[in-house]
Ligand binder design. Structure first.
Ligand SMILES: Cc1ncc(COP(=O)(O)O)c(C=O)c1O
Length: 425
């Protein structure tokens, strides 16, 4: 459907058809939700074996009593697994509690309050502090910046990661830029995978940035491939070592979407120098992490190949849901002038763009018809999408039937909003 090529009469004809469909959806009292990227119950069930995975034995193979205080950096075996996941050495990993987002928050808090390199380096004492935010991006990253009063600068997201020309130009010209948010694999929400060139250019940013610049490299979807041909990302820390910028990157991940969301294990990887600074503050914040949870995860996941096998089971449940959404989008919008969308090979989201100025109307129409979508603007700093066109679709939680019904409503809402805008009603 090309609405730019339609005359008034044809537009009005389609307007009536989409309005009638909308009315019928409204009358059917749906109550569907395509908002947050949560694992489904069946995905969570894949890890139920965690319950009791310690089998009453709390002493690790290295003789650590996981029930007791201490071991601020986490169980050594778990540090090894984190090192493999994030492509660093074992002594460059801290294993924490159940949320990587809270580790990011803490890293920001420590930098803000105490600085990243000792006395006199706190970000809060440096006047204006800014962060680069590739858009569309993850709303909760932006909320952290907003909470600290850190000014967020949008940079565009290309197919192979943030637009590095923009990133380098900003950083070279403005030393108040202290960081950038990155989700390098199956980025939230576009699903893009950073290219080797992007990762190497990110690793070189420390050469042109302020010395206390930090890349918040959130590898939340490191092993969340939908198909067999998932790739391992080039290791950013290897490039950092080449360019002597190891201190400029902080990496994060967790098992939230591997085992239980909110009851998993989180990881922070950084240079030893950075970890020493972070651990000084972490040691005041807590006496040690939940090592019993770490141990049961270790017993369950075992190693990298155990993890791969487990993630295949997730993919088997997720893949049909992504396919269903993409099939609806293809059938309704391929070859049209109504929409563009991404086709991720993993992760939790599909990013959808309406014609400019329509995201909020589409979301409102879908809500009227009983389908809840992520609020317009959520994928942008301050909740402001300047083109009002991006919508994040999250197919993981609803059942296949519900996705099918929700997508019928969604596609009709996009068509109706587009025609309404075109004819000005
Ligand atoms: C990019 C990204 N990072 C972090 C998280 C949250 O991670 P955690 O549960 O470990 O706090 C999410 C959850 O949706 C996410 O999409």
């Amino acid at each position: 459907m090309y609405i730019d090529q339609m005359g008034r009469e044809e537009l009005e004809h389609w307007h009536q058809i989409f309005c009638e469909k909308h009315k019928a959806f409204r009358a059917s009292s749906l109550n569907l939700d395509l908002t947050r990227g949560k694992p489904s119950t069946r995905q969570l069930d894949l890890s139920n074996i965690l319950d009791g995975a310690t089998k009453g034995s709390y002493i690790t193979s290295e003789g650590i009593d996981s029930r007791n205080y201490g071991h601020l950096a986490g169980l050594p075996e778990m540090r090894s697994l984190g090192a493999e996941l994030l492509g660093v050495a074992k002594n460059e990993v801290i294993v924490g509690g159940s949320s990587s987002l809270s580790m990011m928050y803490l890293a920001m808090l420590f930098a803000w309050q105490f600085g990243v390199s000792g006395k006199g380096s706190s970000w809060r004492d440096q006047g204006k502090v800014k962060f680069l935010c590739p858009v569309p991006g993850y709303d909760r990253h932006f909320s952290i910046c907003e909470e600290f009063g850190i000014e967020m600068i949008r940079v565009s997201m290309d197919e192979d990661g943030p637009n590095m020309d923009q990133v380098e130009a900003f950083i070279a010209n403005d030393k108040s830029i202290k960081g950038i948010w990155c989700v390098p694999k199956y980025s939230n929400p576009t699903g893009c995978i950073y290219s080797q060139n992007t990762i190497e250019r990110l690793a070189k940013l420390g050469k042109i940035s302020s010395p206390d610049f930090r890349i918040f490299y959130d590898n939340a979807y490191a092993v969340h491939d939908l198909s067999e041909d998932g790739i391992d990302l080039p290791k950013i820390m290897d490039y950092c070592r080449e360019h002597n910028t190891q201190n400029n990157v902080l990496q994060f991940t967790s098992t939230s979407k591997i085992t239980f969301a909110g009851s998993g294990v989180s990881f922070l990887a950084a240079s030893e120098e950075n970890l020493n600074v972070i651990q000084q503050h972490l040691g005041v914040f807590c006496i040690g992490p939940d090592k019993v949870n770490q141990l049961r995860h270790l017993n369950f996941i075992q190693d990298r190949s155990g993890l791969k096998l487990h993630m295949k089971k997730h993919a088997k449940l997720l893949q049909p849901k992504f396919s269903s959404v993409l099939e609806h989008l293809k059938n309704n919008f391929e070859g049209s002038d109504l929409a563009q969308w991404t086709t991720p090979k993993g992760g939790y989201f599909i990013s959808f763009d309406t014609r400019p100025g329509l995201a909020d109307s589409v979301i409102e129409l879908a809500a009227e018809a009983g389908v809840k979508l992520t609020p317009a603007g959520a994928t942008f700093p301050y909740g402001l999408d300047p083109d009002n066109k991006n919508i994040r679709l999250a197919p993981s939680f609803p059942s296949l039937d519900d996705i099918d019904r929700a997508m019928r409503v969604f596609c009709n809402s996009v068509k109706l909003a587009s025609i309404k805008q075109k004819i000005g009603v």
